[in-house]
Design a binder for this molecule. Structure first.
Ligand SMILES: *[C@@H]1O[C@H](CO)[C@@H](O)[C@H](O)[C@H]1NC(C)=O
Ligand SMILES: *[C@@H]1O[C@H](CO)[C@@H](O)[C@H](O)[C@H]1NC(C)=O
Ligand SMILES: *[C@@H]1O[C@H](CO)[C@@H](O)[C@H](O)[C@H]1NC(C)=O
Ligand SMILES: *[C@@H]1O[C@H](CO)[C@@H](O)[C@H](O)[C@H]1NC(C)=O
Ligand SMILES: *[C@@H]1O[C@H](CO)[C@@H](O)[C@H](O)[C@H]1NC(C)=O
Ligand SMILES: *[C@@H]1O[C@H](CO)[C@@H](O)[C@H](O)[C@H]1NC(C)=O
Length: 323
């Protein structure tokens, strides 16, 4: 009998403590907070949420500033309209679930107000300029209407070569880029589109233009190797490769002032090979200065100046290598 009473008492105690817990249920923080392109701040309640949520408190403020906006919405809602916030401003959104007057765990969401879904994403222009020093192409563009800012805009740049299946696709956050892999004497189709990376992601219309990369001279040739003889000099010269400059190479020349002037017609194959030149009838043990340059469809390149000495003819007729 006493045992039975005890058991009942225990059940009653458990029942009571269970009720107390229900009254003081501390809700888990909300999940998947998003700030959409429709300027709705939304969140989700996890499936294993232990509490019945009666309200949500929403505090909106900026870093190191007091709370600027606060909302209280019903526990069965999961979004608020924040379209009154300025686009591209950074805010902290703190969402607190409340279960029967007990505050649950907070979730702080740091976000910039994205450009709205209706923002004009059209590209106003694509400019192409060539860097006179490096020869690189500089591409720049902008959206037509930048009044709202561009904080959530990324750009997709697509470059297609004429008569080539190759496509270059780049995602960029800047409004300009230096292209070092494009070649003179090639036609390109350049396309730019703006993408609002808000939820949902919105792609703007593509703007395209052709660019006919004009012919450019070769960079000065590089002396790759030399073989010195007593009266001859054999040289191997390296040209700017096809990937950098597709303009057709026509001729190569090494000019040694009054001593020699050798040139060679160049047959420009798909794979650009080194130029081998030989100069003979030179004097032993003499230093020769020469200017090497290469001609392509844009004209003669600047010259590379080289100084090469022929070998000594020693008294015993042996060739002595000079260092
Ligand atoms: C909320 O608390 C009141 C007493 O403050 C209680 O009567 C009610 O049952 C509680 N509701 C829930 C859902 O816990
Ligand atoms: C949050 O989003 C992920 C991925 O979209 C999803 O798997 C998960 O169920 C979501 N959580 C809730 C509580 O809805
Ligand atoms: C783009 O090019 C056009 C015409 O060449 C020029 O008028 C304009 O100023 C350029 N814009 C920028 C931003 O460089
Ligand atoms: C230069 O090349 C020729 C053949 O092209 C060769 O006969 C000669 O020995 C070479 N001269 C030297 C110094 O290597
Ligand atoms: C070197 O010879 C070529 C013809 O082979 C000629 O066109 C060129 O003008 C000459 N260069 C110089 C500097 O005399
Ligand atoms: C010059 O010689 C190199 C090897 O030293 C060779 O790879 C290249 O094809 C030659 N160039 C020509 C035009 O024959």
């Amino acid at each position: 009998m006493v045992g039975k009473i005890c058991a009942l008492l225990l059940v009653a105690l458990f029942g009571l403590s269970g009720r107390v817990e229900a009254q003081e249920c501390v809700a888990d923080s909300v999940q998947n907070i998003t700030l959409s392109a429709y300027h709705l701040l939304s969140w989700e309640v996890g499936e294993d949420q232990p509490c019945v949520i009666t309200q949500f408190l929403i505090y909106i403020y900026q870093r190191n500033k007091p709370i600027e906006y606060s909302f209280e919405v019903n526990g069965n809602e999961n979004e608020v309209d924040v379209s009154f916030l300025e686009v591209c401003q950074d805010w902290i959104f703190n969402i607190i679930p409340v279960s029967n007057h007990t505050r649950g765990h907070e979730h702080h969401f740091y976000a910039s107000v994205p450009l709205p879904w209706h923002a004009d994403l059209s590209i106003a222009y694509i400019n192409v300029t060539r860097n006179g020093v490096t020869g690189d192409l500089h591409l720049s563009w902008d959206i037509t209407d930048a009044r709202l800012g561009s904080c959530t805009i990324r750009y997709r740049l697509t470059i297609e070569e004429d008569e080539s299946p190759d496509i270059h696709d780049l995602y960029l956050s800047e409004r300009s880029v230096n292209m070092h892999f494009l070649s003179p004497c090639t036609k390109y189709q350049i396309g730019v589109r703006a993408i609002n990376i808000a939820h949902p992601t919105i792609e703007g219309p593509i703007r395209s233009r052709y660019y006919d990369f004009p012919a450019a001279k070769q960079i000065p040739p590089r002396l790759e190797s030399v073989e010195q003889g007593v009266t001859t000099i054999n040289m191997t010269w390296e040209l700017e490769p096809k990937q950098r400059n597709r303009c057709e190479v026509k001729e190569f020349q090494v000019y040694g002032g009054t001593f020699f002037n050798v040139s060679a017609i160049y047959d420009d194959k798909p794979e650009r090979v080194h130029v081998n030149l030989s100069v003979d009838h030179l004097k032993p043990s003499s230093m020769y200065y020469m200017r090497a340059s290469v001609q392509n469809s844009a004209g003669w390149s600047d010259a590379t100046i080289a100084a090469i000495q022929t070998l000594d003819l020693s008294p015993d007729g042996q060739i002595k290598k000079l260092s």
